[in-house]
Design a protein around this ligand. Structure first.
Ligand code: AMP
Length: 215
């Protein structure tokens, strides 16, 4: 299955993507994760991307599209994938359609994970991630048993640089202006599905798999 996950920052796309991988083994392609890896590695691309990311703006399409195209060509993407955080605007969505057209493929679904805008600030300021295994926590809703330590592997938890209040405001604004229009874009193509992203993570996941017809 070739799937796009849509939703505001903090809607839980990454969490649901990780559960889909665990259950069905499809690779998750998160442009945010790829960019953070480039930043961490100190590459030229990473250095360029960091200024945009720290201000809550989108990294230029030229950078992101090259990265995605390269990733989609890898062997593990042959039988499908989950795109998480990509596309982020209409130009990226159109470029993705072109990339897929070229190889005679198309998307199976775009799944929107819906959370009221007013809930997102707490989800994002409370978010913590394990440095070692990537497990995510929220200090308000799903805190680890020991503060700052991962329940699964004991790794150290960190807060993303862009999960600070001022940057979050900007990211939500960018989402509303540039990414939310993709809901109409995919609805127009007849492949939009949506689920509520509020409540218990496992219940949301059950809705996700039922909505996608893979439960
Ligand atoms: P995320 O982890 O998806 O919340 O992304 C973190 C940051 O990475 C965003 O605020 C953007 O600066 C950048 N980013 C991630 N994906 C994209 C994309 N598809 N296009 C442009 N910038 C992106």
């Amino acid at each position: 299955m070739r799937l796009v996950l849509l939703g505001a920052p903090g809607a839980g796309k990454g969490t649901q993507a990780k559960k889909l991988i665990e259950k069905y083994g499809m690779p998750q392609i998160s442009t945010g994760d790829l960019l953070r890896a480039a930043v961490g590695a100190g590459t030229e691309l990473g250095k360029e991307a960091k200024t945009y990311m720290d201000s809550g703006n989108l990294v230029p399409d030229s950078v992101v599209l090259g990265m995605v195209e390269e990733r989609l060509r890898q062997d593990d993407c042959k039988n499908g994938y989950i795109l998480d955080g990509f596309p982020r605007n209409t130009a990226q969505a159109e470029a993705l359609d072109e990339m897929l057209d070229k190889v005679g493929m198309s998307l199976d679904a775009a799944l929107s994970v819906d959370v009221p805008l007013e809930d997102l600030m707490k989800r994002l300021t409370g978010r913590r991630t394990c440095k070692d295994c990537g497990q995510m926590y929220n200090i308000y809703f799903s805190a680890p048993a020991t503060e700052g330590k991962c329940d699964k592997c004991g790794g150290e938890l960190y807060q993303r640089d862009d999960d600070q209040e001022e940057t979050i405001q900007k990211r939500l604004e960018v989402y509303t202006e540039q990414t939310a229009p993709l809901i109409d874009y995919y609805s127009g193509k007849g492949i939009l599905k949506s689920v509520s992203g509020t409540g218990n993570i496992d219940e949301i996941f059950a809705n996700v798999t039922a909505t996608l017809g893979i439960s």
